[in-house]
Design a protein around this ligand. Structure first.
Ligand code: DGL
Length: 266
């Protein structure tokens, strides 16, 4: 009988661990394989063609490791590569995008702010989201160069991190936003610092839990039943494994071992 296989998850770096945490909760018995493309982070200022090529290589690696489903735990890579991945790999490929729909429902002021990478904000997929919901509510966007790098260094609350957060959130609040979308998977790790900057009256919206629920439905509907006995996590990086292990252990909440991707995937 065909086996269910693992769930393969990737991001430009460590940000996708914020999604992996929700996946682990939703699917407690699965084998999870995570790839951080730390050798090429950030994706936010790279060309869509480069991100597509990296995403195809990483997905190929995940399939060779036995993945039966793939989660692109990165808004930027989803915008650049989800179409190519879906046409290359005949398995469930779950992407993610800034949570404009739930934010449009939640706002009381009628103004929604989007914090995301420049790559996401400039993408055709995001333009389609704006077109769809921009009539109902005012959507104000803010690219956040530098924030991903702070999280990659495990620096969630330094003076520099706080200054960047202040710089990027202030214009959105000034426009009247009462709901801020964390449109990059690195940002949930900054939620406490963002909360401090914006106060208690502003809602922060993250997509990790919704992505995990969607994955759960797809896996249950489309893949063979799991054996239930092989829950585990494996972590890979295209960067320095020792440095990745240090940061990923902090963010994951327990000690993790990280292996380097084989040469042909670097
Ligand atoms: N974590 C990624 C996202 O959700 C992107 C970060 C990057 O710029 O590398 O968009």
């Amino acid at each position: 009988m065909r086996s269910r296989g693992a769930i393969g998850v990737f991001d430009s770096g460590v940000g996708g661990l914020s999604v992996l945490q929700h996946i682990r909760q939703a699917l407690p018995r699965e084998r999870l394989i995570y790839v951080a493309d730390s050798g090429h982070v950030p994706y936010g200022d790279k060309s869509p063609a480069f991100i597509e090529a990296r995403s195809l290589a990483i997905a190929q690696f995940l399939v060779e490791q036995g993945a039966g489903a793939i989660v692109i735990a990165c808004n930027t890579a989803t915008a650049a590569a989800v179409t190519a991945l879906r046409s290359r790999f005949p398995l469930p490929v779950i992407g993610m995008e800034p949570a404009v729909k739930p934010a449009a429902v939640a706002t009381r002021s009628g103004v929604v702010g989007v914090l995301a990478t420049v790559g996401t904000l400039e993408s055709a997929r995001f333009a389609a989201l704006l077109e769809r919901y921009g009539e109902e509510v005012e959507i104000v966007t803010q690219g956040c160069p530098g924030l991903v790098e702070q999280v990659e260094q495990g620096d969630m609350d330094s003076t520099r991190t706080r200054a960047l957060i202040e710089r990027y959130t202030a214009p959105l609040l000034a426009r009247g936003a009462d709901t801020l979308i964390l449109g990059c998977t690195h940002y949930p790790f900054l939620a406490a610092s963002i909360r401090r900057a914006v106060g208690d009256d502003v809602a922060l919206v993250d997509t990790g839990a919704a992505v995990a629920r969607h994955l759960q439905h797809r896996v249950d509907a489309e893949l063979p039943p799991g054996s239930g006995s092989e829950a585990s996590e494996q972590f890979f990086t295209s960067g320095d494994p020792a440095e990745a292990a240090r940061i990923m252990s902090i963010l994951w909440g327990s000690e993790v071992a990280v292996l380097r991707l084989p040469q042909q995937y670097l």
